[in-house]
Every structure is written in C-alpha cells, then in structure tokens.
Design a protein around this ligand. Structure first.
Ligand code: PLP
Length: 382
C-alpha cells in the first residue's frame, strides 16, 4: 500500500475495484477449501480457510500499515487474539500484567495461569519502580499493558515499560483497544506485540466480535502466535471480516468525534456537584495527562468513568434514567453506552461500586451532556 496518511488508508481500506466485476468493495468468499493442482499445493496460496482466505487480507493489511507492524492476524474475538499471545509462552514463564485492565482477560489469566503453570503478577503500571521490581530477568517473558486502561483510564508509559521489559529479556505487549491506531501506534514506542478487541472501535457498530494481533518482528514467538490461531481455529469468519473492513473505513471519523465529545463531557462532569470523581486522560487534573499528550495524537479517547455521590444504588438509578445512553457493557460503538462497572466485573472487582463507565458514541455532544446531566439530577439525592 502506498504511504498515504491514516485517514486515506482507512477510507480506501477496501482497495482497488474487484478484478472481475469492477465492484468497489471486495466480494465475500465463503469457500472453506481451495483447489490444489496435482502437485498437492494450491496455486493461489490459500488452502483451507482455518489458515486464511481472500477476504482477510485487506483488513489485515490495512491494520498492519496503520500500526507500522511487520505482520497482522485477525481472530474471532479480542480474547482469542490475546489468549493466542499468552499461550505462545512456555510453562513456567513469568508475565507482568497491570491491575487496571480488561477484567475478562484477568479472569482467564487466573484460571489459565494456575492450570498451565504460567506465573502472573499484577502490578500498578503507573509506577515504573513496581514494574522494575516485578520483572525477573531471564524468566519474565511478557510485560503486558493496556493504555488507556479499563476502567480508570490510567496511561502507561509504553516507551519506558518497553525498556524495562527488554532489559529483562521480555516482550512488551500493548492492548491498544481503547487508543486505536488512530491515537497511538505502540510499535513506534517500542512495543513488540499489539493486540486489539476489534469488536470495539475498529469495527465500531456493535455487530461484530473480532480481535487482532500485530507484531513488530517476524520472530519465533510470533510464529507460535500464528500457530495458535491456525491450530486452535481462532480465525475471524468471512462475513465478520467483510463487516470489520466496512467499519474500519470510518474509524478515524468516529474516533475523532468520540474524543471531542468525551473531552466536553469530562470537562462538564468535573464541575457537576453530584459527581465525586472523573477519570479521563484529557483532563489536566488526570495524573497521566502529560504522558497521554505525548503518547496519544489527535485526542485522549472516547472512554471515561465517573464516580457518583451516594453509592451503588444511586449509580444504578442514573443508568435507568438515561435515554440516549444505553445501559449495556462493551465500548467503541457509534451508540453511547453506560454501565456500572463493578456490577459487570463481579466479586473480584477492584472498582468503586459507584463508578459508571461511559463509552462515548458519535451522537451530538450537547444531547449526550443533557441526557446524562438530567439523569444525574433526577437520580441522586432526590
Ligand atoms: N481488551 C479490552 C480493552 C476490552 O475492552 C475487551 C472487551 O471488552 C477485550 C480486550 C476482549 O475483547 P472481545 O470481547 O472482543 O473478546
């Protein structure tokens, strides 16, 4: 692909017209198997769709260019991409993960690590000394971070953590789901592997479950990640791949709009008397703000969280009083979502029970503010 700026790469993500029909979007090939000449090998490079198929190439190539990666693989979910990376480790290998991170992966790690002998430590990654103390040179194989992190939107320093990881002989993995390649390209800061829940912003319409893994180098570790996708059968399906490509073509516009509204909301919410805390890296009061300003380009993301006065029951009342904000989990879609995070995460959650997580969609900013403020005013202390 020529070296266009990301907006053009995304808008043109479908590539040239289809060779045979002139169609301006690629066809969906449903074949699971491909003809092999008598020598036994396919002449097209495709053999069986668990390893790859024609429609997968465009979204993978587009993401690869955006992230500045050496290779990209799409999976059937963010979890399948992420578990394929962790399962490329050997039993006994040690990994360092953040405390603040996607709880579903945390849950899996707890069960998986115990079962397969992978050693996992969770540390506060805003404190580099704690990460330095946690890594074991020659034994730690992965340092994993998610930035901005769920649901407090901490900003972790990719470049510094990459240095710590590399000094110990470990790889740095970044879950960049919330930043998206529009706002941050982790490989530029030294990350070795980037993962996404493509279910979120990359697709952007809450109708596809998908994941992505990308690598800075085509090395033996990456070969094991690819092996895991090929042999665990984690590949993204043909229909989902076409929908994902369609969603990605407007990623830059959606992310820009969400960032703009999230900033306006955070600013207004900070002054709301019934909101006791606002977590958003765009706010100058956020501890990671100056780092975010260096590490993120074009905005601070579309995710923010608030703590409301009066505890969990009051927070639940807010959820039932919004109209535009839909009470549902997930993030990164065109529609705005609101959830009480602790209720979703369950008993292991480290999150304040009155924290509401907000995924800012692309509705009009003023409507989003009015709807949330009306719900807050009607719910708390009433
Ligand atoms: N990483 C982050 C930051 C997420 O928010 C999620 C899902 O909510 C995942 C990973 C898992 O992705 P998926 O639901 O596509 O498996």
């Amino acid at each position: 692909m020529p070296s266009y700026v990301p907006d053009t790469i995304l808008a043109q993500g479908a590539g040239e017209g289809h060779d045979l029909t002139g169609a301006v979007v690629p066809p969906i090939h449903l074949a699971t198997t491909f003809l092999r000449p008598s020598e036994g090998y396919s002449s097209t490079g495709w053999s069986y769709s668990r390893y790859g198929y024609p429609g997968l190439e465009k979204p993978e190539a587009t993401l690869k260019v955006l992230e500045g990666a050496a290779d990209c693989r799409l999976f059937g979910s963010g979890m399948s991409a992420m578990t394929a990376v962790v399962m490329a480790l050997r039993p006994g290998d040690h990994c360092v993960f953040p405390i603040d991170m996607y709880h579903g992966l945390k849950t899996w790690l707890k069960a998986y690590a115990a079962h397969w002998g992978t050693r996992i430590d969770h540390v506060d990654m805003t404190d580099q000394d704690k990460v330095r103390a946690a890594v074991i040179p020659g034994v730690t194989r992965l340092v994993w971070l998610e930035t901005p992190s769920n649901p407090h939107w901490h900003i972790y320093d990719i470049a510094n953590l990459a240095e710590i990881a590399h000094e110990a002989g470990a790889k740095l993995v970044v879950d960049s789901t919330v930043a998206t390649p529009v706002l941050t390209q982790p490989i530029k800061f030294g990350a070795d592997i980037v993962v996404h829940s493509a279910t979120k912003y990359l697709n952007g319409h809450s109708d596809v479950l998908a994941g992505a893994a990308l690598t800075a180098a085509n090395d033996s570790f990456w070969e094991r990640v690819v092996f895991n996708r090929d042999y665990h059968g984690g590949i993204l399906g043909q229909f989902q791949s076409a929908l994902l490509l369609r969603g990605m073509r407007t990623l830059h516009l959606r992310v820009a709009r969400s960032c703009e509204s999230a900033m306006a909301l955070a600013d207004a919410l900070e002054r709301h008397p019934k909101v006791t805390a606002v977590f958003y890296p765009g706010l100058p009061t956020h501890p990671g703000h100056s780092l975010a300003a260096r590490q993120m380009t074009g905005g601070f993301g579309g995710m923010l969280s608030i703590v409301v006065a009066g505890g969990a029951s009051q927070a639940d009342r807010v959820l039932t009083r919004t109209h535009i904000w839909k009470p549902a989990t997930s993030l990164g879609g065109v529609e705005s979502l609101i959830e009480r995070r602790e209720a979703i995460e369950g008993p292991d959650s480290h999150v304040d029970p009155s924290l509401l997580r907000l995924s800012v969609g692309i509705e009009a900013t003023a409507d989003l503010i009015d709807d949330l403020f009306s719900a807050l005013d009607a719910s708390i202390g009433s």
